[in-house]
Design a protein around this ligand. Structure first.
Ligand SMILES: C[S@@+](CC[C@H](N)C(=O)[O-])C[C@H]1O[C@@H](n2cnc3c(N)ncnc32)[C@H](O)[C@@H]1O
Length: 222
């Protein structure tokens, strides 16, 4: 999917299936738990300015919007994705009245969005090479005033084979069937994050494992 020229229809179908994978694997849970910790004690009516990197079809941001609204916060959410088909798919999947900005840009060339309290990403970091991850960590550290959260996969043989079987059984889009196991292979173990955080010079981040096979990195500034 990163390397082929993909039509809008294929990209949208692929993102729609990815959303099913995310729902089935409770992908939003660690991100929402992190946000609950980060915003604990924030008075009702406070703005939550949050930017999601590599937002795809945007389901994480819709869940964050519902989370913030339930807590009485005022969500100001921006999804950024390099692929122009992503913004179109995200807009189509977002209910009218749920205000989320969908921006087409390379996250590293982003200009003119409101300074975020928080930066999140899901299944994005493994698209970057090591130098890109280090750059991403430094950029989040410089850009997010309150903290950031990386939600990604744990590189593990069971996740690799288990996903391949599940995707075939569910007849998900061929890109999802192909890219899922590849994503697991390109993902992380805890030692990778320790090394990458060290290279980026980031201190105070926590690496946590979440069922099933999510490895996340959380940073909250106190
Ligand atoms: C696997 S998808 C994840 C989508 C969504 N976050 C999710 O969890 O389903 C990764 C997304 O990152 C986007 N992406 C890759 N490199 C990017 C970059 N440098 N800047 C912004 N988006 C990027 C891709 O276009 C793709 O939509």
């Amino acid at each position: 999917m990163d390397t082929e020229a993909v039509s809008a229809a294929d990209f949208a179908a692929c993102l729609a299936d990815l959303e099913k994978v995310n729902r089935l694997t409770l992908a939003a849970r660690p991100t929402l738990a992190f946000l609950a910790r980060l915003t604990a004690g924030w008075p009702r009516g406070t703005e939550l300015r949050l930017l999601d990197a590599g937002s795809g079809q945007g389901e994480m941001l819709r869940q964050i919007h519902r989370f913030a609204t339930r807590r009485g916060l005022v969500p100001r959410l921006t999804g950024v994705d390099l692929n122009p088909h992503a913004a179109a798919a995200a807009r189509a999947a977002t209910p009218a009245g749920m205000a989320i900005d969908w921006v087409t840009a390379d996250i590293f060339d982003l200009r003119g969005v409101p300074a975020p309290h928080v930066i999140t990403s899901a299944l994005f970091a493994h698209h970057l090479d090591d130098a890109g991850v280090v750059r991403f960590l430094r950029w989040m550290e410089e850009t997010a005033s309150h903290g950031w959260f990386v939600n990604d996969l744990h590189r593990h043989w069971f996740a690799h084979h288990g996903f391949a079987l599940l995707a075939a059984a569910m007849r998900w889009h061929r890109f999802v069937r192909h890219d899922g196991p590849l994503s697991v292979a390109r993902a992380f173990v805890a030692a990778d994050w320790a090394r990458l955080l060290g290279e980026a010079g980031v201190q105070g981040a926590r690496v946590t494992w979440h069922l099933p096979f999510r490895l996340c990195v959380a940073r909250i500034r106190r």
